[in-house]
Design a protein around this ligand. Structure first.
Ligand code: ASP
Ligand code: MG
Length: 439
Protein backbone atom coordinates (compact mmCIF):
# COMPACT_ATOMS: atom_id res chain seq x y z
CA UNK A 1 0.00 0.00 0.00
CA UNK A 2 1.11 3.57 -0.67
CA UNK A 3 0.57 6.55 1.62
CA UNK A 4 -0.09 9.91 -0.05
CA UNK A 5 0.02 13.09 2.00
CA UNK A 6 -1.28 16.45 0.81
CA UNK A 7 -0.59 19.67 2.72
CA UNK A 8 -2.78 22.68 3.41
CA UNK A 9 -2.24 24.49 0.11
CA UNK A 10 -2.94 21.29 -1.88
CA UNK A 11 -6.41 21.14 -0.30
CA UNK A 12 -6.74 24.91 0.13
CA UNK A 13 -9.81 25.33 -2.10
CA UNK A 14 -12.50 23.28 -3.84
CA UNK A 15 -10.50 23.41 -7.07
CA UNK A 16 -7.31 22.27 -5.40
CA UNK A 17 -9.16 19.38 -3.75
CA UNK A 18 -10.47 18.31 -7.15
CA UNK A 19 -6.91 18.33 -8.54
CA UNK A 20 -5.82 16.12 -5.65
CA UNK A 21 -8.60 13.69 -6.54
CA UNK A 22 -7.36 13.60 -10.15
CA UNK A 23 -3.91 12.79 -8.84
CA UNK A 24 -4.88 10.03 -6.45
CA UNK A 25 -7.09 8.41 -9.10
CA UNK A 26 -3.94 7.56 -11.08
CA UNK A 27 -3.19 4.82 -8.55
CA UNK A 28 -4.15 1.32 -9.59
CA UNK A 29 -4.08 -0.06 -6.04
CA UNK A 30 -5.83 1.12 -2.85
CA UNK A 31 -4.07 4.05 -1.16
CA UNK A 32 -4.19 5.87 2.16
CA UNK A 33 -4.58 9.63 1.73
CA UNK A 34 -3.44 11.85 4.61
CA UNK A 35 -4.69 15.44 4.54
CA UNK A 36 -3.82 18.63 6.37
CA UNK A 37 -6.38 21.28 7.19
CA UNK A 38 -7.20 23.73 4.38
CA UNK A 39 -4.42 26.34 4.28
CA UNK A 40 -4.86 29.11 6.84
CA UNK A 41 -7.32 27.18 8.97
CA UNK A 42 -4.91 25.98 11.66
CA UNK A 43 -3.50 29.51 11.98
CA UNK A 44 -7.06 30.82 12.39
CA UNK A 45 -7.74 28.20 15.04
CA UNK A 46 -4.57 29.16 16.92
CA UNK A 47 -5.73 32.77 16.83
CA UNK A 48 -9.13 31.67 18.07
CA UNK A 49 -7.58 29.82 20.99
CA UNK A 50 -5.46 32.85 21.89
CA UNK A 51 -8.62 34.96 22.09
CA UNK A 52 -10.45 32.34 24.12
CA UNK A 53 -7.60 32.23 26.64
CA UNK A 54 -7.89 36.01 26.88
CA UNK A 55 -11.70 35.74 27.32
CA UNK A 56 -12.06 37.93 24.28
CA UNK A 57 -15.35 36.41 23.18
CA UNK A 58 -16.38 39.06 20.68
CA UNK A 59 -13.19 38.60 18.68
CA UNK A 60 -13.45 34.81 19.06
CA UNK A 61 -16.96 34.80 17.62
CA UNK A 62 -15.82 36.99 14.77
CA UNK A 63 -12.99 34.58 13.87
CA UNK A 64 -15.41 31.64 13.99
CA UNK A 65 -17.99 33.34 11.75
CA UNK A 66 -15.44 34.50 9.18
CA UNK A 67 -13.97 31.01 8.91
CA UNK A 68 -17.39 29.39 8.79
CA UNK A 69 -18.43 31.62 5.90
CA UNK A 70 -15.30 30.66 4.02
CA UNK A 71 -16.17 26.97 4.37
CA UNK A 72 -19.80 27.55 3.40
CA UNK A 73 -18.60 29.22 0.22
CA UNK A 74 -16.06 26.49 -0.53
CA UNK A 75 -18.63 23.68 -0.37
CA UNK A 76 -20.75 25.45 -2.99
CA UNK A 77 -17.77 25.23 -5.32
CA UNK A 78 -17.04 21.64 -4.40
CA UNK A 79 -20.30 19.72 -4.77
CA UNK A 80 -22.87 19.46 -7.54
CA UNK A 81 -25.67 17.49 -5.96
CA UNK A 82 -28.10 18.99 -3.48
CA UNK A 83 -27.97 16.02 -1.10
CA UNK A 84 -24.19 16.12 -0.71
CA UNK A 85 -24.25 19.89 -0.37
CA UNK A 86 -26.79 19.53 2.45
CA UNK A 87 -24.67 16.90 4.14
CA UNK A 88 -21.60 19.13 3.93
CA UNK A 89 -23.56 22.11 5.26
CA UNK A 90 -24.55 20.02 8.29
CA UNK A 91 -20.95 18.97 8.79
CA UNK A 92 -19.84 22.60 8.82
CA UNK A 93 -22.60 23.70 11.19
CA UNK A 94 -21.68 20.85 13.52
CA UNK A 95 -17.98 21.76 13.69
CA UNK A 96 -18.54 25.50 13.99
CA UNK A 97 -21.23 25.15 16.66
CA UNK A 98 -18.72 23.03 18.52
CA UNK A 99 -16.13 25.82 18.20
CA UNK A 100 -18.72 28.34 19.44
CA UNK A 101 -19.39 26.22 22.52
CA UNK A 102 -15.91 27.09 23.82
CA UNK A 103 -16.85 30.73 24.22
CA UNK A 104 -19.25 29.67 26.98
CA UNK A 105 -16.97 27.54 29.09
CA UNK A 106 -13.62 27.28 30.80
CA UNK A 107 -10.65 27.25 28.45
CA UNK A 108 -7.52 25.18 29.07
CA UNK A 109 -4.83 23.53 27.00
CA UNK A 110 -7.13 20.51 26.45
CA UNK A 111 -9.81 22.65 24.86
CA UNK A 112 -7.15 24.31 22.75
CA UNK A 113 -6.06 20.96 21.35
CA UNK A 114 -9.64 19.99 20.60
CA UNK A 115 -10.02 23.26 18.70
CA UNK A 116 -6.83 22.74 16.69
CA UNK A 117 -8.11 19.35 15.54
CA UNK A 118 -11.17 20.80 13.76
CA UNK A 119 -9.29 21.82 10.60
CA UNK A 120 -8.21 18.30 9.68
CA UNK A 121 -11.57 16.83 10.68
CA UNK A 122 -13.29 19.25 8.29
CA UNK A 123 -10.92 18.91 5.31
CA UNK A 124 -10.94 15.10 5.35
CA UNK A 125 -14.72 14.80 5.68
CA UNK A 126 -15.28 17.33 2.87
CA UNK A 127 -12.79 15.50 0.66
CA UNK A 128 -14.39 12.13 1.32
CA UNK A 129 -17.89 13.51 0.58
CA UNK A 130 -16.56 14.65 -2.78
CA UNK A 131 -15.15 11.20 -3.57
CA UNK A 132 -18.53 9.74 -2.65
CA UNK A 133 -20.34 12.21 -4.86
CA UNK A 134 -18.27 11.28 -7.90
CA UNK A 135 -18.76 7.59 -7.16
CA UNK A 136 -15.29 6.63 -5.92
CA UNK A 137 -15.11 3.86 -3.33
CA UNK A 138 -13.75 5.68 -0.33
CA UNK A 139 -13.96 5.74 3.45
CA UNK A 140 -12.75 7.91 6.33
CA UNK A 141 -10.28 6.34 8.75
CA UNK A 142 -10.54 8.48 11.91
CA UNK A 143 -6.99 9.24 13.04
CA UNK A 144 -8.30 9.63 16.60
CA UNK A 145 -8.98 5.87 16.57
CA UNK A 146 -5.36 4.86 15.93
CA UNK A 147 -2.87 7.75 16.21
CA UNK A 148 -1.49 7.98 19.70
CA UNK A 149 1.39 9.58 21.59
CA UNK A 150 2.87 8.11 24.77
CA UNK A 151 3.68 9.78 28.09
CA UNK A 152 6.81 11.34 26.54
CA UNK A 153 4.61 12.80 23.79
CA UNK A 154 6.32 10.48 21.31
CA UNK A 155 4.21 8.49 18.84
CA UNK A 156 3.52 4.96 20.04
CA UNK A 157 4.25 3.00 16.87
CA UNK A 158 3.13 -0.35 18.29
CA UNK A 159 -0.25 1.07 19.31
CA UNK A 160 -0.61 2.84 15.97
CA UNK A 161 0.20 -0.33 14.05
CA UNK A 162 -2.29 -2.50 15.95
CA UNK A 163 -5.15 -0.03 15.84
CA UNK A 164 -4.62 1.12 12.29
CA UNK A 165 -4.65 -2.49 11.12
CA UNK A 166 -7.91 -3.01 13.01
CA UNK A 167 -9.44 0.00 11.26
CA UNK A 168 -8.37 -1.32 7.88
CA UNK A 169 -9.69 -4.77 8.72
CA UNK A 170 -13.09 -3.23 9.53
CA UNK A 171 -13.11 -1.32 6.24
CA UNK A 172 -12.09 -3.75 3.55
CA UNK A 173 -12.57 -3.23 -0.16
CA UNK A 174 -12.18 0.54 -0.59
CA UNK A 175 -9.87 2.26 -3.06
CA UNK A 176 -9.29 5.42 -1.06
CA UNK A 177 -8.76 5.52 2.70
CA UNK A 178 -8.85 9.14 3.85
CA UNK A 179 -7.39 10.17 7.19
CA UNK A 180 -6.38 13.27 9.14
CA UNK A 181 -2.78 14.38 9.46
CA UNK A 182 -1.52 16.11 12.61
CA UNK A 183 -4.16 14.97 15.11
CA UNK A 184 -3.90 12.14 17.62
CA UNK A 185 -4.81 11.16 21.15
CA UNK A 186 -2.55 11.26 24.16
CA UNK A 187 -2.04 8.71 26.90
CA UNK A 188 -5.23 9.92 28.66
CA UNK A 189 -7.28 9.46 25.52
CA UNK A 190 -7.65 13.21 25.05
CA UNK A 191 -7.37 14.89 21.67
CA UNK A 192 -3.81 16.01 21.03
CA UNK A 193 -1.54 16.69 18.07
CA UNK A 194 1.90 16.03 16.62
CA UNK A 195 2.83 19.74 16.71
CA UNK A 196 2.54 22.30 13.92
CA UNK A 197 3.36 20.90 10.50
CA UNK A 198 2.86 17.39 11.88
CA UNK A 199 0.89 15.96 8.97
CA UNK A 200 4.11 14.79 7.31
CA UNK A 201 4.85 12.94 10.51
CA UNK A 202 1.42 11.25 10.40
CA UNK A 203 2.11 10.02 6.86
CA UNK A 204 5.48 8.67 7.84
CA UNK A 205 4.07 6.94 10.93
CA UNK A 206 1.31 5.30 8.90
CA UNK A 207 3.82 4.23 6.25
CA UNK A 208 6.05 2.72 8.92
CA UNK A 209 3.16 1.04 10.78
CA UNK A 210 1.98 -0.69 7.60
CA UNK A 211 5.46 -1.19 6.11
CA UNK A 212 4.06 0.59 3.07
CA UNK A 213 5.76 0.38 -0.31
CA UNK A 214 6.11 4.15 -0.45
CA UNK A 215 5.23 7.38 1.35
CA UNK A 216 4.51 10.29 -0.99
CA UNK A 217 4.60 13.83 0.40
CA UNK A 218 2.89 16.14 -2.10
CA UNK A 219 3.60 19.87 -1.84
CA UNK A 220 3.89 22.75 -4.29
CA UNK A 221 7.63 22.52 -4.89
CA UNK A 222 9.36 19.90 -7.03
CA UNK A 223 11.34 18.19 -4.28
CA UNK A 224 14.07 19.15 -1.87
CA UNK A 225 16.41 21.70 -3.42
CA UNK A 226 20.19 21.98 -3.24
CA UNK A 227 19.95 25.41 -1.61
CA UNK A 228 17.32 27.78 -0.23
CA UNK A 229 15.37 29.23 -3.19
CA UNK A 230 14.25 32.16 -1.02
CA UNK A 231 17.85 33.24 -0.55
CA UNK A 232 19.78 32.34 -3.72
CA UNK A 233 18.75 32.84 -7.34
CA UNK A 234 19.33 29.42 -8.81
CA UNK A 235 18.60 26.04 -7.27
CA UNK A 236 17.75 22.57 -8.50
CA UNK A 237 15.80 19.67 -7.02
CA UNK A 238 17.92 16.81 -5.65
CA UNK A 239 16.91 13.49 -7.19
CA UNK A 240 18.08 11.15 -4.46
CA UNK A 241 18.90 11.49 -0.79
CA UNK A 242 19.58 9.04 1.99
CA UNK A 243 17.39 9.15 5.12
CA UNK A 244 20.31 10.60 7.08
CA UNK A 245 20.98 13.31 4.52
CA UNK A 246 17.30 14.26 4.29
CA UNK A 247 16.94 14.38 8.07
CA UNK A 248 19.90 16.79 8.35
CA UNK A 249 18.46 19.03 5.64
CA UNK A 250 14.97 19.02 7.10
CA UNK A 251 16.28 19.81 10.56
CA UNK A 252 18.65 22.50 9.33
CA UNK A 253 16.16 24.48 7.37
CA UNK A 254 14.71 22.80 4.28
CA UNK A 255 11.08 23.80 4.85
CA UNK A 256 9.59 21.19 2.53
CA UNK A 257 9.62 18.42 5.10
CA UNK A 258 8.95 18.31 8.81
CA UNK A 259 12.23 17.27 10.51
CA UNK A 260 10.75 14.46 12.61
CA UNK A 261 9.08 12.92 9.60
CA UNK A 262 12.07 10.91 8.33
CA UNK A 263 12.53 8.83 11.47
CA UNK A 264 9.60 6.36 11.31
CA UNK A 265 10.13 5.78 7.57
CA UNK A 266 13.82 5.18 8.16
CA UNK A 267 13.12 2.81 11.04
CA UNK A 268 11.05 0.53 8.81
CA UNK A 269 12.94 1.34 5.62
CA UNK A 270 10.02 2.78 3.66
CA UNK A 271 11.05 5.09 0.77
CA UNK A 272 9.76 8.68 0.96
CA UNK A 273 9.05 10.65 -2.22
CA UNK A 274 8.66 14.42 -2.30
CA UNK A 275 6.39 15.35 -5.19
CA UNK A 276 4.80 18.47 -6.66
CA UNK A 277 1.02 18.76 -7.15
CA UNK A 278 1.60 21.54 -9.73
CA UNK A 279 3.95 19.34 -11.77
CA UNK A 280 2.87 15.79 -10.97
CA UNK A 281 5.18 14.24 -13.54
CA UNK A 282 8.35 15.90 -12.29
CA UNK A 283 10.75 13.45 -10.65
CA UNK A 284 10.85 15.14 -7.26
CA UNK A 285 13.15 13.76 -4.58
CA UNK A 286 13.34 10.15 -3.50
CA UNK A 287 14.65 9.40 -0.02
CA UNK A 288 15.90 5.88 0.63
CA UNK A 289 18.35 3.98 2.79
CA UNK A 290 21.22 3.96 0.33
CA UNK A 291 20.81 6.88 -1.99
CA UNK A 292 22.87 7.00 -5.14
CA UNK A 293 24.92 10.07 -5.93
CA UNK A 294 28.21 11.14 -4.44
CA UNK A 295 29.72 14.38 -3.29
CA UNK A 296 27.98 17.36 -1.80
CA UNK A 297 24.28 17.41 -2.60
CA UNK A 298 22.80 20.35 -0.75
CA UNK A 299 23.16 23.14 1.77
CA UNK A 300 20.60 24.45 4.24
CA UNK A 301 20.63 27.10 6.92
CA UNK A 302 19.08 27.44 10.33
CA UNK A 303 18.73 30.87 11.94
CA UNK A 304 18.12 31.94 15.50
CA UNK A 305 21.14 30.13 16.89
CA UNK A 306 23.01 31.15 20.03
CA UNK A 307 26.56 29.99 20.68
CA UNK A 308 27.79 29.39 24.20
CA UNK A 309 31.51 29.11 24.99
CA UNK A 310 33.05 27.96 28.24
CA UNK A 311 36.74 28.53 28.78
CA UNK A 312 38.30 26.78 31.72
CA UNK A 313 41.72 25.76 32.93
CA UNK A 314 39.93 22.89 34.66
CA UNK A 315 39.30 21.27 31.32
CA UNK A 316 43.01 20.72 30.72
CA UNK A 317 43.79 16.99 31.06
CA UNK A 318 40.57 16.51 33.06
CA UNK A 319 37.89 13.93 32.52
CA UNK A 320 34.22 14.43 33.28
CA UNK A 321 34.33 18.10 32.39
CA UNK A 322 32.16 17.82 29.28
CA UNK A 323 29.66 15.68 31.11
CA UNK A 324 29.21 18.38 33.73
CA UNK A 325 28.68 20.94 30.99
CA UNK A 326 26.16 18.80 29.11
CA UNK A 327 24.25 18.08 32.30
CA UNK A 328 23.53 21.77 32.68
CA UNK A 329 21.79 21.79 29.29
CA UNK A 330 19.99 18.57 30.11
CA UNK A 331 18.66 20.02 33.36
CA UNK A 332 17.26 22.95 31.43
CA UNK A 333 15.80 20.72 28.67
CA UNK A 334 17.79 22.57 26.01
CA UNK A 335 19.08 20.53 23.08
CA UNK A 336 22.54 21.19 21.70
CA UNK A 337 23.08 21.31 17.92
CA UNK A 338 26.78 21.86 17.23
CA UNK A 339 29.82 21.40 19.40
CA UNK A 340 33.53 22.12 19.00
CA UNK A 341 36.30 21.83 21.54
CA UNK A 342 39.88 22.86 22.15
CA UNK A 343 41.93 21.65 25.07
CA UNK A 344 40.86 24.55 27.30
CA UNK A 345 37.50 25.60 25.89
CA UNK A 346 34.29 24.25 24.46
CA UNK A 347 31.77 26.01 22.22
CA UNK A 348 28.31 24.75 21.49
CA UNK A 349 25.10 26.02 19.97
CA UNK A 350 21.46 26.01 21.02
CA UNK A 351 18.39 27.08 19.08
CA UNK A 352 16.40 28.48 21.97
CA UNK A 353 17.46 30.96 24.62
CA UNK A 354 14.45 30.27 26.80
CA UNK A 355 16.62 29.07 29.69
CA UNK A 356 19.81 30.84 28.70
CA UNK A 357 20.07 32.98 31.83
CA UNK A 358 19.89 29.98 34.16
CA UNK A 359 22.24 27.96 31.96
CA UNK A 360 24.87 30.71 31.98
CA UNK A 361 24.57 31.09 35.73
CA UNK A 362 25.31 27.41 36.24
CA UNK A 363 28.08 27.26 33.63
CA UNK A 364 29.92 30.14 35.26
CA UNK A 365 30.84 27.75 38.06
CA UNK A 366 33.09 25.94 35.55
CA UNK A 367 34.81 28.89 33.91
CA UNK A 368 34.45 31.97 31.79
CA UNK A 369 31.26 31.95 29.71
CA UNK A 370 30.64 33.98 26.58
CA UNK A 371 27.50 34.18 24.44
CA UNK A 372 27.00 35.12 20.78
CA UNK A 373 23.44 35.60 19.61
CA UNK A 374 21.99 35.91 16.07
CA UNK A 375 24.05 33.13 14.57
CA UNK A 376 23.18 30.82 11.66
CA UNK A 377 24.20 27.21 11.18
CA UNK A 378 24.99 26.39 7.58
CA UNK A 379 24.75 22.70 7.02
CA UNK A 380 26.46 21.12 4.01
CA UNK A 381 25.11 17.68 3.23
CA UNK A 382 26.21 14.82 1.01
CA UNK A 383 28.60 11.92 0.92
CA UNK A 384 31.64 13.47 2.56
CA UNK A 385 32.95 10.16 3.91
CA UNK A 386 36.26 10.12 5.71
CA UNK A 387 38.19 8.43 2.90
CA UNK A 388 37.24 11.12 0.37
CA UNK A 389 39.43 14.14 -0.27
CA UNK A 390 38.79 17.69 -1.33
CA UNK A 391 35.28 18.40 0.01
CA UNK A 392 36.36 20.37 3.08
CA UNK A 393 38.69 22.37 0.88
CA UNK A 394 35.86 23.18 -1.55
CA UNK A 395 33.63 24.37 1.28
CA UNK A 396 36.29 26.57 2.84
CA UNK A 397 37.41 27.97 -0.49
CA UNK A 398 33.82 28.99 -1.16
CA UNK A 399 33.59 30.62 2.28
CA UNK A 400 36.97 32.36 2.09
CA UNK A 401 35.44 35.85 2.40
CA UNK A 402 33.17 35.02 5.32
CA UNK A 403 34.09 35.07 9.02
CA UNK A 404 33.36 31.61 10.42
CA UNK A 405 32.63 31.21 14.13
CA UNK A 406 32.59 27.39 14.41
CA UNK A 407 33.32 24.42 12.14
CA UNK A 408 32.10 20.88 12.67
CA UNK A 409 33.19 17.97 10.47
CA UNK A 410 33.56 14.32 11.31
CA UNK A 411 30.45 13.89 13.44
CA UNK A 412 29.00 11.90 10.57
CA UNK A 413 30.06 11.04 7.05
CA UNK A 414 27.32 13.10 5.46
CA UNK A 415 27.55 16.54 7.01
CA UNK A 416 29.85 19.53 7.47
CA UNK A 417 28.43 22.37 9.56
CA UNK A 418 29.67 25.91 9.95
CA UNK A 419 28.39 28.67 12.18
CA UNK A 420 28.33 32.25 10.91
CA UNK A 421 26.73 35.48 12.07
CA UNK A 422 23.23 35.66 10.61
CA UNK A 423 24.13 38.85 8.75
CA UNK A 424 26.48 36.70 6.59
CA UNK A 425 23.94 33.98 5.85
CA UNK A 426 22.91 35.23 2.42
CA UNK A 427 26.47 35.81 1.33
CA UNK A 428 27.49 32.38 2.61
CA UNK A 429 24.67 30.54 0.84
CA UNK A 430 25.43 32.39 -2.40
CA UNK A 431 29.13 31.65 -2.12
CA UNK A 432 28.44 27.96 -1.52
CA UNK A 433 26.02 27.91 -4.46
CA UNK A 434 28.81 29.21 -6.67
CA UNK A 435 31.62 27.16 -5.17
CA UNK A 436 29.85 23.81 -4.80
CA UNK A 437 27.17 23.85 -7.50
CA UNK A 438 28.71 26.18 -10.08
CA UNK A 439 25.81 28.67 -10.07
N1 ASP B 1 -2.62 21.72 9.94
C1 ASP B 1 -1.46 21.58 10.75
C2 ASP B 1 -0.62 22.84 10.70
O1 ASP B 1 -0.95 23.77 9.99
C3 ASP B 1 -0.66 20.37 10.38
C4 ASP B 1 -0.03 20.39 9.01
O2 ASP B 1 -0.50 21.09 8.13
O3 ASP B 1 0.92 19.65 8.79
O4 ASP B 1 0.35 22.91 11.41
MG1 MG C 1 3.66 21.15 6.01
Amino acid sequence: MKILKFGGTSVGSADRMKSVVDLIKKNTEPVIVVLSAMSGTTNNLVELATNLYAKNNAKANEIISTLENKYKQEIKNLYKTETVLQKAAHLITYHFDYLRSFTLDMFTVNEEKAILAQGELLSTAMFQFYLEEIGEKSVLLPALNFMRIDDNEEPDLTYIETHLKQELEKNKGFNFYITQGFICRNIFGEIDNLKRGGSDYTASLIGAALQATEIQIWTDIDGMHNNDPRVVNKTHPIEQLSFDEAAELAYFGAKILHPTCILPAQKRNVPVKLLNTMQPDAKGTIITKDAAGTGIKAVAAKDGITSVSIKSGRMLLAYGFLRSVFEVFERHKTPIDMITTSEVAVSLTIDTDKHLKDIVEELEKFGQVSIDKDQTIICIVGDVSFDKTGYAQKVFNALSEIPVRMISYGGSEYNISVLVKSEYKKQALQALNAGLFNY
